[in-house]
Design a binder for this molecule. Sequence first.
Ligand code: ADP
Ligand code: MG
Length: 303
Amino acid sequence: MSIRVNHLTKLYGRQRALDNVSLDIHPGEVVGLLGPNGAGKSTLMKIITCFIPPTEGEVSVCGHDIFEESIRVREKVGYLPENNPLYLEMYVREYLEFVAGIHKIRGNVKGRVKEMIELTGLTLEQRKKIGALSKGYRQRVGLAQALIHDPEVLILDEPTSGLDPNQIQEIRGLIRTIGAEKTVMLSTHIMQEVEAICDRAVIIHKGRIIADDATRNLTASAGSKNLVTVEFSGKVTRDDLANIKEISKITQKQPNIWVVETDTQTDIREALFKLAVSKGASILSLSREELRLEEVFQILTRD
Ligand code: ADP
Ligand code: MG
């Protein structure tokens, strides 16, 4: 087992941040830990990475107990903390060499750093100060530092939070690439992120696990839906939209702006383009809404 969490409880004073959490993660799994702010995601990750001790319960990583063999655990785990704290005054390459030193990487340190720089797409930025990088590139540096000692398990705490949509896509792609080789646990509050990256979703709410299933089962049980907002340049009517058979619900936002809903996973965008063409209109904007975790929650916690 890559990660084994057994009856884990964490109290901060009287507050129960984690309440009897049990969870097994198999080698090679890419698991999304989903939950709103305050659910206990970061607390769980800090315990698994030996940054804080639990109040009760047992945790092991690749068979090593976090109390008995914390040094072994740290060797096995790469960790990207929430808000990715980095030394902004350091240069990218210098920082990664420094982290390699902390991990006591032997042999060709410069070669290993170069490999990580290439893997995470930092080649053009490697001579810059970290403080001069965009948030997306800082996240790449965070991923490179988490990977430098070639850990079996990666723990990524909200790896795309605060990034713009392009950066989000890039980082998700990178995590998918890395996830092909390693066991990954990442946290997020966006359902779509889990759908895009993870095989399995664990939903955590008020310190407890309330759902744990293959991602596709979870979204299916939650009644997965796609919402697309579309703005046309000219006249497209409700009836025109209703002719697209995949659309189950239509809401008019402004005279030319519509929100359409589909039940299936079909991508409705092509049908919308064809409709616009047939009406002699063009599409001024088109965006897919993310299904927020809160909505899934409402469904999962409904009596
Ligand atoms: P998440 O990462 O899901 O947002 P956290 O694990 O950070 O959740 O926090 C879980 C709960 O524990 C929250 O209510 C938070 O306020 C509380 N908490 C987290 N860290 C501390 C701390 N160091 N001291 C006291 N309470 C904390
Ligand atoms: Mg957190």
